[in-house]
Write a protein that binds this ligand. Structure first.
Ligand code: SF4
Length: 208
């Protein structure tokens, strides 16, 4: 297997594979289906999560080679499992005036407040411009069925909704909630919920 990938290009962005840990086990998650591979990259960190400095060094190298529209905190895993690293990297990027062209985006399952036992939105605001939240269900029963949260996160649906509402109120450049198609959820109902929470809505393809 090829060496672990921490930072990679996809479409117009540079993606950061921050962690493989996640409190959910979504029925539609591709990380196990695709054996931790994505777009030719091995995203299996094998427990060796990158430090903030390793990530920044890799990002600066990428940005020197060519610009990017977005830098995205992503997985295969839930980035807010490593909130401190998200904050360190995001804040350092924002202070790095040599590369002002990109926006910084967080892709999250919305459980960051439960994971970190506090409201993380004010801290995220110092490090991130855009927040994409994977919402995926129009009610709690379906959310539990589809996202299969670990013990301790079973009541997470309300926390995810509250997280989206707080982000929308905090003045990020964009806050979007998404729904994966063809899972049994009703994308139109999820869209209406997202809009009622103050977010925009993204439809996502079910990847096989
Ligand atoms: S929240 Fe994301 S990383 Fe976690 S299981 Fe679901 S799809 Fe996979």
């Amino acid at each position: 297997m090829s060496e672990r990938t921490v930072v990679y290009r996809f479409k117009e962005g540079i993606y950061i594979n921050l962690t493989n840990r996640c409190p959910n086990l979504c029925t539609f998650c591709i990380k196990t289906k695709w054996a931790m591979q994505f777009d030719g990259h091995n995203l299996d960190l094998e427990g060796k999560e990158p430090s903030a400095q390793e990530i920044l060094d890799l990002l600066y190298r990428q940005l020197q080679a060519s610009p990017a529209k977005q830098i995205v905190f992503c997985g295969y895993g839930e980035p807010t499992m490593r909130l401190d690293t998200v904050l360190q990297v995001g804040q350092a990027l924002k202070q790095h005036t040599a590369y002002p062209s990109f926006k910084i985006r967080l892709n999250t399952n919305g459980l960051g407040n439960l994971i970190n036992h506090r409201n993380i939105v004010p801290e995220l605001k110092t490090a991130v411009d855009i927040v994409y939240v994977s919402l995926n269900a129009e009610n709690e029963t379906l959310w539990k069925q589809l996202l299969r949260p670990a013990p301790g996160y079973e009541q997470g649906y309300n926390s995810v909704k509250e997280f989206i509402r707080s982000c929308a109120q905090a003045g990020f450049e964009q806050v979007a909630a998404s729904c994966v198609e063809n899972t049994g959820a009703n994308p139109q109902a999820v869209k209406e919920l997202a809009l009622s929470l103050g977010a925009s809505f993204n439809d996502r393809e079910y990847l096989k």
